[in-house]
Design a protein around this ligand. Structure first.
Ligand code: COA
Length: 278
């Protein structure tokens, strides 16, 4: 079998065909972003197109997220995903890798030593909630990027400037939250391709009540559906989202290999950028 090949944005059409083969969301703007910021590896199928792909996003020399692992149906159950995961891990036994596992992926990840350490709830739909009170939210400008990066670093223990710069540029709303004159959180709303929901995330806040303010500000006056992936640990946030009209789509485990927990004050990370990026 030919070796895995590094993919680029030129492979976007083939990636979308592969995603559609598994009935996966083929939001071309989001896949394009991933191809720009992640290390993407794929395998060409002998009859054309891609047989498999997998994305690795490195945030630190010893920490990465893995996502969008897909094997074409007619190439399934032949060990391809197992080999691709070994390639993504690159033999680096010291590395910590994190991923959000679909039901199909879980048996594979468990075999590879991943352990579930948290859970994420995915919600999609219109969100109609009371407007946030005045005085706590401010529109972030490009000059505030350093503030976002440091709020994010406090929550994740990582410098995610590369990711945040890319998402900031694509966001249609970027909010900073302040308490007593100090910034304590931020949130981005990032649109995808037409007819796909705008994603609210990443979102960092000191607690669930503060998170609600940011979410309400990011969702305000939208006529289309939004999507948010929130950690299960945040009390009544799920019921608040549902009361606002959103639908619970799935709950998936966050799985970790190489460590039992992640750095940073993770309680502050309310919503992720995407299941592929963390
Ligand atoms: C999950 C996926 C990537 C596995 O690809 P694959 O090449 O078939 O996986 P492998 O052949 O390497 O199988 C590895 C192990 O995964 C498990 N597995 C794979 N497919 C499975 C299935 N359909 N049902 C149950 N377990 C499965 C098995 O434990 C398997 O080992 P075994 O064949 O020795 O029993 C593939 O099914 C896929 O693309 N699914 C849709 C997209 C998806 O959900 N990706 C995971 C993202 S988190």
């Amino acid at each position: 079998m030919p070796p895995f090949r590094r993919l680029s944005t030129a492979d976007l059409p083939a990636c979308l065909v592969l995603a559609a083969d598994r009935s996966w969301d083929a939001d071309s703007l989001r896949w394009h972003l991933m191809l720009q910021i992640a290390d993407v590896w794929g395998l060409d199928a002998p009859d054309g197109g891609l047989a498999a792909c997998g994305f690795l996003t490195r945030y630190h020399p010893a920490y990465a997220t893995i996502g969008l692992l897909v094997v074409r149906r007619d190439h399934g159950r032949r060990g391809l995903a197992t080999r691709l995961m070994a390639h993504l891990h690159d033999g680096g036994t010291e590395d910590i890798t994190c991923l959000f596992a679909t039901p199909m992926g879980r048996p594979l990840y468990r075999k590879l030593g991943y352990l579930a350490v948290d859970q994420i709830h995915k919600y999609i739909g219109p969100l109609e909630v009371a407007s946030p009170p005045d005085g706590h939210l401010a529109e972030a400008t490009p000059g505030d990027l350093d503030t976002l990066v440091s709020l994010d670093a406090a929550a994740t223990g990582l410098d995610r400037r590369h990711l945040l710069t890319a998402l900031f540029g694509r966001a249609d709303r970027r909010l900073l939250l302040s308490h007593n004159g100090q910034y304590s959180g931020y949130g981005l709303a990032v649109p995808g391709s037409p007819r796909t929901p705008t994603v609210i995330g990443p979102l960092v806040a000191p607690d669930a009540l503060a998170a609600r303010m940011l979410i309400a500000g990011l969702a305000k006056d939208r006529t289309h559906a939004v999507r948010i992936d929130v950690f299960a640990r945040h009390g009544d946030l799920p019921s608040w989202l549902q009361a606002g009209g959103m639908t619970h789509v799935s709950t998936d485990p966050m799985m970790l290999r190489g460590a039992a927990s992640l750095p940073g004050d993770r309680r502050r990370l309310i919503a992720i950028a995407s299941q592929a990026l963390g």
